[in-house]
Design a protein around this ligand. Sequence first.
Ligand SMILES: [Zn+2]
Length: 350
Amino acid sequence: MLTNADVGELLWMAARDEPGHRRRALERASRAARFWPEEAYQLAHAGRSLDELRAVGPWVAAKIHGWLDDPPPVPEPEETRRAFLTYAEVRRTLDADPRWEADPSGDLQVHTTFSDGSLTLPDMVEEARSVGRSYVAITDHSQTLAIANGMTPDELAEQCRVIDAIDRGLEEDGDPFRVLRSIEVDVFADGTLDMDDASLAGLDLVLGAFHSKLRSTADETQRYLAALRQPRLHVLAHPKARMYGRRVGLVADWRRVFAEAARLGKALELDATVWRQDLNVEMAGLARSEGVRWFSIGSDAHSASELGFLSFGMATAALAGIPRERILNYRSVEFVRSWARAMSAVREGS
Ligand SMILES: [Zn+2]
C-alpha cells in the first residue's frame, strides 16, 4: 500500500520528467502530500475523489490513481527527506490518544516581527490564544542571525516590556493565558551564546540553537557539549539542525550528547515545523532511553497558520514513547518559569 510519503516521492520523481507548469504542479502536490490529513489510498478505496486533497487537480489525481492501482517500486528517499512524519501519520497517532491535543498545553517556540515572524507580537499572542494554547514563549532570534533580523539587547529589552504589559492586561482581565519572555539565541560553534548574560538572566526561558556551519560533516559532539554546559541555556532547540530536502544536519555521538543533557537537567526540543521535525522519532526515542528528563515542543511558527505545526511535535513525542509529564508544554506556565529559575539558581550557587 502506498502511503502519502510514498506518493510524495513518486510525485517528486515524476516532476523530474516534466517541463514547466506540469513540473511545478507535481512539485506542489509532492509538498502538499505531507499535509494531507488522510492517506490517499483510503480516499480511493472509499470511492472519494482525490481532488479533495490539497494541490491535487484532475491531471495529478489520475497519476496518483494509476500508482495506487498498480504500485510502482518506491526507491528510498534521499537522506535529506527521510524520517519525516506526514500529517496523515500525525492524525492517526494523535487520534489514537486524544489527550495529546485535549490536555492543556503551551507552545514553546514562536517568532514575531521582532525578528523574522510575519505577525506583530500582540497579534501572534492573540492567534496562539485563539487556537487554544494555554501559554506561549516568544522566541525571536538574536542579532548575529542578521538574515532573520535578529534582536539586539535593546530590542530584547523592549520586547520584554511589551510582554510584561500584555501579561498585566491578561491578569487584570482574569485571563489565565500567559506570555513567556524568551529567545532563540544563536549558539556559536564554540558553544557560546549570542547575547549578554544580564539580558539572558532577565528572561523566563532561554532556547539556544545552532544556525551556522550546519553543513559540517565532522563529528560535532564537543560543540553540543559546550552548548549544553552554557549555564543560561535551558532548551537546546532543533538539535540536529536538519531541513527537509536541503540538509541532513549535524553529526555527533548522540548517546554522549543526550547523556550530558540528562546529567545537566536540560531540555531538548522537538521542533515541530513540518520541514524540521527535529528531533525526529528515532532520535527522540534515543534521548528518552538515555535518560533525558525534559522535552520541549515548539511549533517554530513564523505565521498564524504555522501554529498548527505543534501537532507534529506531539505525534513525535507519542511515537517516541515520551510521557506528557516530561514535556514542558504540558506543565503549567508557573512550572516552566520555576523549572528554568531553578537551573539558573544552581549555577549561581544560591
Ligand atoms: Zn532556529
